[in-house]
Design a protein around this ligand. Sequence first.
Ligand code: 3PG
Length: 307
Amino acid sequence: MTKVLVATEKPFAAEAVDQIKQIIEEAGFEFTTLEKYTQNEQLLEAVKDADAMIIRSDKASKEVLDAAKNLIIIVRAGAGYDNIDLEAATANGVVAMNTPGQNSNAVAELALGMMIFQARNQFNGKSGTELRCKKLGIHAYGNVGKYVATMAKGLGMDVYAFDPFVKAEAIEADGVKVVHSVEELYSTCQYISLHIPANEKTKKSINYQLLNLMPKGATLVNTARKEVIDEIDLLKLFADRSDFMYLSDIAPDCKTEIEKSFEGRFFFTPKKMGAQTAEANINAGVAAAKQIVGFIKEGNTQFKVNK
Ligand code: 3PG
């Protein structure tokens, strides 16, 4: 019987798991889970006889994919698939997919939530500032960026975006101002919300030169990936600019240094939690389960991300 494994170190909401299970079992497949695992060995053991698999930020390394001898499809229930070794997947004849857009609203709500939290001095009782009329720059106008723009406009923010892959007219149709370079975005906006993927081109691309262009009260909001930040530059900017603030969904590697010297100017979630809502878990999990069924039963390869 076709075996579908849901391997999530950070589990989905119970309701999402129930719905995934129902879809898998109705298709006549066997459903199994590995949740909250702490060792890679547990994952290596669990994947051994899986034909299909759903993951979140779980690392689908070459080692994992090689151990999954029967695997034909792996679906990342979420947007970013930088946690899958795509070359190894292709070499092993495994189709890799993501579920774009399914958890975007949750991530956008976290970005806005962190902005309000920081503008109000982390609710410490002291007088803060408002987001209304402040300039927000959206760095990459994909599914999450678009939701952030809509929400920020609702708060009365002045919203700008840079994305060379999206037509200017499509961005402008949302009432968002288009800028034509990253430099222009960063020098225009006090708030920047990052939505770029982590890949060879973008890793460490958010550097001192770029961040230092930001006007007074510079606040960087990162619900994308920590790897896109140049952390040596980040520490230098924190030291050089007492107005700079950094809010991130998951702590940077240099967390301890920041905590030691820059109190009140940062917030890091303890665990990556942008997509950690019941709604996002259900949307992404159900989409992943349906994509597995669609691929195995009908050969549907929509949302395939490897060659
Ligand atoms: C994504 O890429 O979809 C988000 O970063 C969510 O990741 P998660 O499923 O690990 O919460």
